[in-house]
Design a protein around this ligand. Structure first.
Ligand code: ADP
Length: 447
C-alpha cells in the first residue's frame, strides 16, 4: 500500500480524498494556489505545499509544479480528483516517468475515453448499442448535411474531445446544419484544442443513466450500480439519484451487463463510469466513458456502502477487485444536490464572495461534502460547486422528505446559492413521482 499520496485538486473532492487517506492510514499532501491558502483541504492534510497563483493554468493545471510537489514530498502516488488534470493522458505518463502511481486508469484508457468518436467506434465493434450517428468525424459541412439527411432531423453536433456539457449544438434543418458546422468546429478548436466533430440523432426527452465500474489492474471489471443524472441545466448535472427509479429490472440488468462489456472493450482499470441515454421506450445507448471519479459518486456510496475513493486507491495499489463474483445488494435510496455559488433566481449568475455565516444540515441520513466555513471567501477562479448535500432514506419517499428537511436547515449567508432551486425541484409533483428527463428543468421549472 502507498505511504503518502499527493492530492492534485482542491475544494470538496480534495477534502474527500484526504479523509479516505486518513482512514487507510496513508499520509496526504495537499497542493494549493495562493487563493486557497486558508482552504479546508490545506488544514486537513498532513502536509501542504503552495504551487502557484490563483489562475488554474498557473497552479492546479501546472503539471510541472504538481509533479515537483509530489517529488519533494516523496509521494508514492497521486490522486487527481475530477477536473483539472484528472483526464489528461500526458499527466498520467508524467507521473509514471517519475515513478508516482497515478490513481486512475492508464493513459491509453484515458485517451480512448477522452476521444468520444473513438470510444463510440470501439463500442460499435463490440456490439454495444450507440445512438445512430455519423460513424466517425465529419469531413465538412456537405458531409454533415448528408449524414443528417440519412439520420433525420433533429441531430446534435458534438465535439469528439468535448466534455462538461459544452460544445454541443442541436440542428433542426439543413440550413442550420450548414451554418452551425463551422461555428461548432471553431468552438471545438478553441475550447478543446481539436476540431474533430461528429453528429448523432437527437433523442427527445432522454434520461441520462450512468453505471459505476470498479476494475482491478488485471482488468476484472464489476458494475456496482447506477445513477440517475437527468436533472440537468444546459447539459450539466445538478441533482443525482441512486438507484435510478422508473426503470424495469430487466433493463437495469441488461445495461449493467453492457456497461461491464464496455469496460472490458477498452481494457478498463481503476474506477470509471459508463454513461447511457435512455429514450422514452427504454431503448438505451452508450454515450461516453468518464475515466475519473464523478462528482456524484456519493449516491452510489450511500446505497452500496462502498467507499469508492478507498477502492480507487486499493485498485491503484494492485489489490484484487473484492466485488468480483459477488451479488451486490443496494439498500434504500440516495439523492445528491449540488450546491453551487450561483444565483439560481437570476439565471444562475456566478456569486463568489465571503461566506458570512453557514450552518450545515445534519441528522439521520444526511451527508454534506464541502469545504466551506464561516468567513471563507469563495473565489471566482474555480468551479462554482461549494457543497454537495447527500441524503439517504429507506425509500425514495423517505429520501425526498429528508432532502427537504436538510435543505431547510442549510444556511449559507453572504453569497447566493442553488439551495432555492433544489427546493423548487423537490416541490414539483412530477419530480416527486420520478417522471424526469434531461429537459425537466427547462420544461417544468422554466429555467
Ligand atoms: P459531456 O461529456 O460534455 O458531458 P455527454 O455526451 O455526456 O457530454 O452528454 C451530456 C448531456 O447532453 C447528456 O446527459 C444529455 O442531456 C445531452 N445529450 C448528449 N447526447 C444527446 C443526444 N444524442 N440526444 C439528446 N441529448 C443528448
Amino acid at each position: 500500500m502507498f505511504k503518502r499520496i499527493l492530492i492534485a485538486n482542491r475544494g470538496e473532492i480534495a477534502v474527500r480524498i484526504i479523509r479516505a487517506c486518513r482512514e487507510l492510514g496513508i499520509e496526504s499532501v495537499a497542493v494549493y494556489s495562493t487563493a486557497d491558502k486558508n482552504s479546508l483541504h490545506v488544514s486537513l492534510a498532513d502536509k501542504s505545499v503552495c504551487i502557484g497563483p490563483p489562475p488554474s493554468a498557473k497552479s492546479y493545471l501546472n503539471m510541472d509544479a504538481v509533479i515537483s510537489a509530489a517529488l519533494v514530498y516523496k509521494c508514492d502516488a497521486l490522486h487527481p480528483g475530477y477536473g483539472f488534470l484528472a483526464e489528461n493522458p500526458a499527466f498520467e505518463e508524467l507521473c509514471m516517468e517519475n515513478t508516482i502511481t497515478f490513481i486512475g486508469p492508464p493513459s491509453e484508457v484515458i485517451s480512448l475515453s477522452g476521444n468520444k468518436s473513438m470510444a463510440l467506434e470501439t463500442m460499435r465493434k463490440n456490439r454495444i448499442p450507440v445512438i445512430p450517428g455519423s460513424d466517425g468525424n465529419l469531413k465538412d459541412a456537405r458531409h454533415a448535411v448528408a449524414c443528417a439527411r440519412r439520420l433525420g432531423y433533429p441531430v446534435i453536433i458534438k465535439a469528439a474531445f468535448g466534455g462538461g456539457g459544452k460544445g454541443m449544438r442541436i440542428c433542426s434543418n439543413p440550413g442550420e446544419m450548414e451554418s452551425m458546422f463551422n461555428i461548432a468546429r471553431s468552438e471545438s478548436v478553441s475550447s478543446f484544442g481539436a476540431g474533430e466533430i461528429y453528429i448523432e440523432k437527437y433523442i427527445k426527452n432522454p434520461r441520462h443513466i450512468e453505471f459505476q465500474i470498479i476494475a482491478d489492474n488485471s482488468g476484472n471489471a464489476v458494475c456496482v450500480g447506477e445513477r440517475e443524472c437527468s436533472i440537468q441545466r444546459r447539459h450539466q448535472k445538478l441533482l443525482e439519484e441512486a438507484p435510478a427509479g422508473n426503470l424495469s429490472e430487466r433493463t437495469r440488468r441488461t445495461i449493467r451487463e453492457y456497461a461491464v462489456r464496455a469496460a472490458n472493450a477498452v481494457k478498463y482499470k481503476n474506477l470509471g463510469t459508463i454513461e447511457f441515454l435512455l429514450d422514452e421506450k427504454e431503448n438505451f445507448y452508450f454515450i461516453e466513458i468518464n475515466s475519473r471519479i464523478q462528482v456524484e459518486h456519493p449516491v452510489t456510496e450511500m446505497v452500496t456502502g462502498i467507499d469508492l475513493i478507498k477502492e480507487q486507491i486499493n485498485m491503484a495499489a494492485g489489490l484484487k477487485n473484492p466485488y468480483l463474483g459477488k451479488d451486490l445488494k443496494s439498500r434504500g435510496h440516495a439523492i445528491e444536490m449540488r450546491i453551487n455559488a450561483e444565483d439560481s433566481e437570476n439565471n444562475f449568475a456566478p456569486s463568489p464572495g465571503r461566506i458570512i455565516e453557514c450552518l450545515l444540515p445534519g441528522g439521520p441520513g444526511v451527508r454534506v461534502d464541502t469545504f466551506i466555513k464561516p468567513d471563507f471567501v469563495i473565489q471566482p477562479f474555480y468551479d462554482s460547486l461549494i457543497a454537495k448535500l447527500i441524503v439517504w432514506g429507506n425509500s425514495r419517499y423517505e429520501a425526498l422528505g429528508r432532502a427537504e428537511r436538510a435543505l431547510d436547515e442549510f444556511r449559507i449567508e453572504g453569497i447566493k446559492t442553488t439551495i432555492p432551486f433544489h427546493k423548487r425541484i423537490l416541490d414539483n409533483k412530477n419530480f416527486k413521482s420520478g417522471i424526469i428527463h434531461t429537459h425537466f428543468i427547462e420544461q417544468q421549472c422554466g429555467m
